[in-house]
Design a protein around this ligand. Structure first.
Ligand SMILES: *[C@@H]1O[C@H](CO)[C@@H](O)[C@H](O)[C@H]1NC(C)=O
Ligand SMILES: *[C@@H]1O[C@H](CO)[C@@H](O)[C@H](O)[C@H]1NC(C)=O
Ligand SMILES: *[C@@H]1O[C@H](CO)[C@@H](O)[C@H](O)[C@H]1NC(C)=O
Ligand SMILES: *[C@@H]1O[C@H](CO)[C@@H](O)[C@H](O)[C@H]1NC(C)=O
Ligand SMILES: *[C@@H]1O[C@H](CO)[C@@H](O)[C@H](O)[C@H]1NC(C)=O
Ligand SMILES: *[C@@H]1O[C@H](CO)[C@@H](O)[C@H](O)[C@H]1NC(C)=O
Ligand SMILES: *[C@@H]1O[C@H](CO)[C@@H](O)[C@H](O)[C@H]1NC(C)=O
Ligand SMILES: *[C@@H]1O[C@H](CO)[C@@H](O)[C@H](O)[C@H]1NC(C)=O
Ligand SMILES: *[C@@H]1O[C@H](CO)[C@@H](O)[C@H](O)[C@H]1NC(C)=O
Ligand SMILES: *[C@@H]1O[C@H](CO)[C@@H](O)[C@H](O)[C@H]1NC(C)=O
Length: 766
């Protein structure tokens, strides 16, 4: 053991040697005596000035407002967690582990950084390796570390990025000497966003194959304290409903085994102090940068510590690792805030807008669009879509999107029973070619402007109908397990995107259409879950293939505005956001439902990333009829505002309101895209849900305020704004002025005459 220590200290001295105080603290903990509190030396006083500070074998990661600490236990070479929370400087007392010789071994009674299995820790492990001999014991011990300015890319996976100034990375090298397996834990600190991004890679250094049965991207053990957990659950058309519950003793968790991040549970977890609210209290947020099956586990163990793990779903892993091979996990972003759940969300929003989304459109105004689906469905020809585009342009629309139905020659896509996989324009619908139709549409100008209409197209490239030329030629390309029936959903099968030939086919099909006409927007859909896979590891192999395709196409076509979609929000995750700056939030366009869905989605994802549309009434999903202004106001809280209706088929009053709503959406769009979001009151708590967006310099804000049920003969609530400059004077809708302190501490009041009332209010610094 002392060999390991010496080696580590030698490496450490290259980076920072901050005195010997931590050794004193370590001593106090291992004798089981009272810990030494807060030793502060001159050198340690500087600890906060650096994102990664190493003192011997004690590691400190620091953001503007958080610290994360762990150290190497010199008896075992294990990593023990010391702190994840508000900023601290100087030495901290190590956990006192009572010297009990009980059932649970020492590893099960301490807070561990990366728990392996089989040596007396009976909680959920972060890694489970089936060795070639069959056993699943491992012993990953500390070896050494490296500190890297910046952040290395994750091979084949989406990942946050930043310059040397934005981010610093600590890599901790672990090695299991009994089975010759190496693991590298990577921690990248973005100090400005109080974020640590973690991932792990495991390399088989032995001769025999091993199987990785479980591998979390990150694991964290909290001290004995009460915590609540918050997650997002749902189903198709009912995504992102916020769920908050107490963390109880035992295991509680969720995940996805659908092959995608899914509508069912989002790859996101928050742990919060039980007293935390939207604006106050400690909140820890965890978000997996991944689109496939995943698992989130929270375990409050026998000692009362809470362990949280996020990563690949162990039920769909069974990853073979041959001699010399490496597996890299997706990364998990952790943020810490003392400003409640809202503070946590704003950290994610800022980080994701600036350091995750690669598209040049990430913070650029989005064109207001009209999508043909709810208006025309599968029933159109070149002249009917031209007419719809013309009507759209007359309303002030800037982007016309042609949805499903434009492709298939031998098996034309006239309904959902044929054509998927045959990505050639339907010659009956486009006798002069797709580019002819596109040219006539992009020659139109948005009403009273010189802006030419843009053209967008729908694809579902990962799918195939058995009724297609592609399936006739390559039945083996569809996912299947031996002779089990290939279960169809919506008459379609899923292509095995793990196969390089399938990836190349998709790249070629999509690029040839995009090169054939002036197409500047793509809606990439995906409408079914994955089952009957040839092997459990197919899920992750599929994702690696899909990321290769996304990376290839978005690199080839950087001027295209890409939108992700999976029957609505079935793939609303940080993995997709790396490539696509916006995602269709839900197939449910009922505006009351959407308030809940969009507020839930905003727990982790920036509003700039949400697609939200005003659709016709009665609503196709709920049958409810809401006022056009209410529908418009809810939809313009998403970064990509649009219409999903046939203007010719809606009441004339509603139609007359559209140009005004479109220009209002364009006016608020820059603040939605780049501002900070405050959820002032939540739809689950209040009849008056309210959301505020405010520019980074606090000079401009916009308030969205709604009344759901009527309010008869009862006082009205005041809505208190947040994030303003208390001393500055702000105008409210241009007619009255109040100080920031009045707007934040007294608030504003609004009167609604009816149910489903809505207000959009501009607040501008004078
Ligand atoms: C571990 O560290 C403690 C405190 O520094 C020390 O007392 C003990 O001798 C060390 N044990 C080993 C095996 O090095
Ligand atoms: C971080 O702390 C500073 C002062 O300590 C404060 O001004 C700032 O608002 C905090 N940032 C966040 C994101 O909480
Ligand atoms: C590694 O394991 C071997 C036995 O497998 C042992 O002889 C050797 O001392 C170990 N090395 C270290 C550094 O623990
Ligand atoms: C494992 O990850 C570390 C940190 O990112 C990296 O330096 C190393 O090259 C990776 N190893 C392999 C084999 O990919
Ligand atoms: C061992 O791993 C290699 C490399 O991944 C693979 O080609 C081979 O099929 C594996 N062998 C067995 C018996 O699983
Ligand atoms: C397109 O469809 C419309 C409405 O069904 C029809 O009136 C028109 O003749 C069609 N045009 C062509 C070129 O088929
Ligand atoms: C365009 O201008 C005309 C004439 O001023 C006006 O009637 C019409 O409403 C405007 N259209 C839009 C979409 O602003
Ligand atoms: C296959 O597609 C064709 C053309 O769209 C359609 O006529 C036929 O009914 C479809 N067959 C099946 C089995 O769905
Ligand atoms: C995209 O993939 C094709 C092969 O399918 C390859 O020829 C091309 O170089 C790739 N382009 C990019 C930008 O990755
Ligand atoms: C500001 O004036 C407009 C009409 O010009 C009115 O609709 C709105 O309610 C006023 N706002 C406030 C806060 O008084």
């Amino acid at each position: 053991m002392s060999q390991i220590m010496q080696k580590a200290v030698a490496t450490a001295s290259l980076i920072a040697l901050l005195g010997s105080t931590s050794a004193v603290a370590a001593q106090s903990s291992s004798n089981g005596q009272l810990p030494i509190l807060g030793i502060l030396t001159d050198t340690l006083a500087h600890i906060h000035s650096s994102a990664v500070v190493v003192d011997g074998t004690t590691f400190a990661l620091n953001g503007d407002n958080f610290s994360y600490r762990f150290h190497v236990d010199n008896e075992t070479g294990d990593l023990w967690s010391d702190h994840f929370g508000a900023s601290v400087t100087g030495d901290i007392p190590f956990e006192n582990v009572p010297a009990v010789n009980g059932w649970v071994g020492m590893p099960g009674r301490v807070r561990r950084e990366f728990p392996d299995q089989g040596r007396g820790d009976f909680r959920i492990p972060a890694i489970r390796i089936r060795q070639s001999e069959g056993y699943t014991v491992s012993d990953l011990q500390y070896q050494s570390y490296d500190v890297i300015q910046g952040k290395p890319e994750l091979p084949g996976l989406p990942a946050t990025f930043g310059t040397d100034k934005d981010v610093t990375t600590l890599v901790v090298h672990l090695y299991d000497n009994y089975s010759t397996v190496a693991a590298d834990l990577s921690y990248s600190v973005f100090p400005k966003y109080d974020a640590i991004v973690r991932s792990v890679n495991v390399t088989n250094k032995g001769k025999d194959n091993i199987t990785i049965e479980a591998l979390a991207s990150m694991s964290v053990d909290f001290p004995y304290q009460d915590l609540d957990m918050i997650s997002l659950r749902g189903d198709w058309a009912r995504e992102a409903h916020r769920e908050r519950r107490k963390v109880e003793y035992g295991i509680q968790g969720f995940g996805s085994s659908t092959g995608y991040s899914s509508h069912l549970h989002n790859p996101f977890l928050a742990l919060v102090d039980p007293t935390a609210t939207e604006s106050r209290g400690e909140a820890w947020g965890f978000s997996l940068v991944y689109t496939g099956s995943f698992s989130v586990d929270v375990e409050k163990g026998s000692q009362g510590f809470t362990r949280a793990l996020l990563g690949l779903n162990p039920n769909q892993l069974s990853w073979n690792l041959g001699s010399g091979e490496t597996i890299t996990t997706p990364e998990c972003v952790s943020v810490y805030s003392q400003s409640g759940v809202g503070g946590m969300s704003r950290l994610f929003h800022g980080l994701y807008r600036n350091h995750l989304i690669k598209s040049k459109f990430a913070m650029k105004d989005r064109p207001v669009l009209l999508n043909s689906w709810e208006g025309l469905g599968f029933n159109y020809n070149e002249s009917t879509i031209y007419n719809l585009a013309q009507e759209s342009a007359d309303l002030g629309i800037k982007l016309f999107v042609l949805d499903d139905g434009w492709f298939g020659d031998k098996y034309p896509r006239l309904s959902d029973n044929a054509g998927l996989g045959d990505w050639v324009p339907n010659p009956d619908r486009f006798p002069d070619g797709l580019d002819h139709a596109v040219n006539s549409i992009t020659a139109l100008k948005a009403a009273n402007t010189s802006t030419k209409l843009r053209f967008g197209l729908w694809f579902e490239p990962e799918m195939v109908n058995p009724n297609s030329s592609l399936y006739r030629e390559h039945p083996d390309w569809a996912l299947h397990a031996g002779s089990y029936p290939r279960t169809e959903r919506r008459n379609q099968l899923v292509l095995n995107v793990a196969l390089p030939e399938v990836q190349d086919f998709i790249i070629k099909s999509v690029s040839s259409i995009l090169s054939s006409a002036d197409i500047t927007y793509v809606k990439w859909d995906n409408n079914r879950g994955i089952h009957e896979t040839p092997s459990p590891s197919t899920d992750h192999e599929y994702m690696l293939g899909m990321y290769r395709v996304f990376n290839n196409l978005t690199t080839q076509f950087p001027d295209v505005l890409w939108e992700g979609c999976a029957s609505g929000g079935g793939r609303f995750d940080a993995g997709v956001l790396q490539y696509f700056p916006q995602i269709w939030t839900s197939d449910d366009t009922d505006a009351v439902e959407r308030i809940t869905i969009q507020m839930g989605t905003s727990l982790v994802y920036p509003p700039s990333a949400m697609g939200a549309h005003l659709s016709a009434v009665p609503n196709q999903q709920t049958g409810r009829s809401l006022p056009v202004a209410f529908r418009g106001h809810v939809a313009m809280m998403g970064g990509s505002f649009g219409l999903e209706l046939d203007p010719a088929e809606i009441p004339s009053d509603d139609k007359a309101a559209l140009p005004g709503l479109i220009s209002l959406a364009e006016k608020v769009n820059p603040i939605i895209l780049t501002g900070d979001m405050y959820r002032l009151s939540l739809p689950e708590d209040s009849n008056w849900p309210a959301v505020q967006f405010i520019s980074q310099d606090a000079s401009q804000a916009v308030l969205f305020y709604f009344q759901i049920n009527p309010n008869i003969n009862h006082a009205l609530p005041w809505v208190k704004l947040q994030g303003l400059d208390p001393k500055a004077i702000y105008s409210v809708d241009g007619n009255v002025t109040y100080s920031g302190s009045v707007l934040m501490n007294v608030g504003l009041q609004f009167v609604f005459e009816t149910d489903y009332g809505s207000q959009v209010v501009f607040i501008e610094k004078q």
